[in-house]
Ligand binder design. Structure first.
Ligand SMILES: Nc1nc2c(ncn2[C@@H]2O[C@H](COP(=O)(O)OP(=O)(O)OP(=O)(O)O)[C@@H](O)[C@H]2O)c(=O)[nH]1
Ligand SMILES: [Mg+2]
Length: 490
């Protein structure tokens, strides 16, 4: 958990912390419950309520050792516990820690937690431990964000990627960015200085003049350096931005809505993807009456997959309510699988699906692109390809931009292609310790940095507004530091 990263950007001031107590296991029935006490008075506070076997005073406890005993309140035993002592030099918060492992369940844990508070600890949510760690320079803001997000990870890939970011993969890439910016700054100052010298060339004669000409040449080299370093920064930012669609897809499941007229095999397709017969499938059209949603993992990327009622004109009140709900679900979709039946001719109902999709994509594309890390997408699926073709595919092909996927949901054929289409562009083959942008905050800051770099590049190449460059380089530094340290940047 510990990380001895470069603390250059962090203030050196020592934060005097309160001693805090936090329940770090979920409150509910379970084998054990754990409360962490962290801060300068952790040992003194726990001493007041702990009667240990073979230890009278926790101040004398050995670092990284376990101690058995009882927690008591006003002479009454509350629970049998095992304490884990971690002294501040080894703890992830940078403070002395006592971990109290007690019996699980809400009552026991809450009683001990209350006791700790009456003995002087401040009761806090578990995230406050991370804040303490951050303030004590044990992790930077990005590492803290990674830690906070791991608990919400839905897939193994998500955990793997976030653990690497917690270990500092993205932080090192951001620090590398800062180093490049410092290089640009040095090159820029060198160039301005030479440029200043060149201006006075006419006032010099003989040797002095040749010295100045040399300086002028070096000045031009510095300018070339600058352009080169700027391009490498631009490239560095672009590579990081490209990882954001995978990073954010791993931390926030995208909504995948399955749309199609009744009986095309939507529920069968979802069951095939889920790999189990969970949803109701029937040969009569109109089986799915409202919508059903499930969390699925497609090659390690989580999706909330939503099965909807088939869309058609109907007199049935219940069914038309379901159709209304399907269209409502479409509004919150990030991705849509539009399903068509290979064994039936293209009809009015299919045309209505295409028209609903066209309004949906129009609305999606008008959303600010920078606001959406992951772009919307329609995957057109032709199901029941095991049956004789009666569908006019051209009608669908002309209305959608993506190529059609041919499948047989019943026979589980063609599913790999469908899944590949959903995550293909994310690049799910992950190399260990690869820096991945995984929050919108990081993404938006890097988008801003990209805009500033492009501005500097254009001012440099046109020789326009060069007086602004130094200020813009400062902006770049601020953006990267804000990303690493969590400062506000507007
Ligand atoms: N031959 C064949 N039949 C399929 C295939 N996929 C689904 N079916 C059949 O088509 C019928 C309808 O399937 P569902 O999955 O309930 O269709 P749906 O689109 O969810 O229907 P609604 O919920 O009524 O809108 C069932 O009898 C399925 O067994 C396929 O790939 N090939
Ligand atoms: Mg259905």
């Amino acid at each position: 958990m510990q990380n001895k990263h470069d603390k250059r950007t962090k203030k050196d001031k020592l934060v005097k912390h309160k001693t805090i107590a936090s329940i770090v296991t979920p409150l509910g029935e379970g084998g054990i419950g754990k409360i962490m006490v962290s801060g300068p008075n952790a040992f003194t506070i726990v001493n007041k309520i702990f009667a240990g076997k073979g230890i009278a005073d926790l101040q004398n406890a050995v670092n990284q050792k376990l101690y058995y005993g009882y927690i008591h309140d006003k002479g009454q035993r509350l629970d049998e516990v095992i304490l884990h002592i971690i002294r501040k030099e080894d703890s992830f918060t940078g403070e002395d820690i006592v971990e109290i492992n007690c019996h699980g369940g809400i009552r026991v844990v809450m009683r001990i937690y209350e006791c700790l508070q009456s003995s002087g600890a401040k009761g806090v949510p578990w995230e406050a431990l991370l804040q303490q760690s951050f303030e004590n320079n044990k992790m930077d803001f990005v590492q803290k964000e990674a830690f906070q997000t791991i608990v919400q990870a839905h897939t193994k890939l998500g955990v793997k990627v976030l653990l690497d970011q917690h270990a500092g993969a993205l932080s090192s890439a951001l620090r590398q960015g800062l180093e490049i910016i410092e290089g640009i700054e040095r090159a820029f100052h060198k160039e301005s200085w030479y440029h200043g010298a060149v201006i006075h060339t006419d006032q010099h004669e003989g040797e002095e003049k040749s010295l100045i000409l040399n300086l002028a040449r070096e000045g031009r080299e510095a300018l070339l350096d600058e352009q080169e370093i700027l391009s490498s920064l631009e490239n560095h930012i672009r590579c990081l931005l490209e990882t954001a669609s995978l990073g954010t897809a791993l931390t926030t499941p995208q909504v995948l809505v399955i749309l199609g007229k009744p009986n095309v095999g939507k529920s069968t397709l979802i069951n095939a993807i889920l790999g189990e017969e969970r949803m109701l499938v029937h040969h009569e059209p109109g089986t799915t009456r409202d919508y059903v949603s499930e969390l699925i993992s497609v090659y390690g990327v989580p999706f909330e997959i939503v099965d909807t009622a088939g869309i058609r004109d109907t007199e049935d009140t219940l069914e038309s309510m379901g159709i209304e709900m399907a269209l409502e679900q479409l509004q919150r979709a990030d991705k849509v699988m539009a399903v068509f039946d290979n064994s039936k001719p293209f009809d009015q109902e299919d045309a209505e699906i295409l028209s609903a999709l066209s309004s949906w994509s129009m609305k999606k594309s008008s959303d600010d692109l920078h606001q959406n890390v992951n772009t919307y997408k329609i995957v057109p699926v032709i199901n029941k390809c095991d049956l004789t073709v009666r569908l006019d595919r051209k009608k669908i092909e002309s209305a959608v931009t993506q190529p059609l996927c041919s499948i047989s949901a019943r026979n589980r054929e063609g599913l790999e292609d469908v899944k590949e289409r959903l995550v293909g562009e994310l690049g799910t083959t992950y190399k260990p310790m690869r820096p991945i942008v995984f929050t919108r905050r990081q993404y938006c800051l890097l988008v801003k940095a990209d805009v500033v770099v492009k501005q500097v590049k254009s001012y440099l190449s046109t020789g326009d507004k060069t007086c602004m460059i130094s200020g813009l380089i400062d902006e770049l530094k601020k953006i990267f530091t804000a990303c690493l340290e969590g400062h506000r940047y507007d």
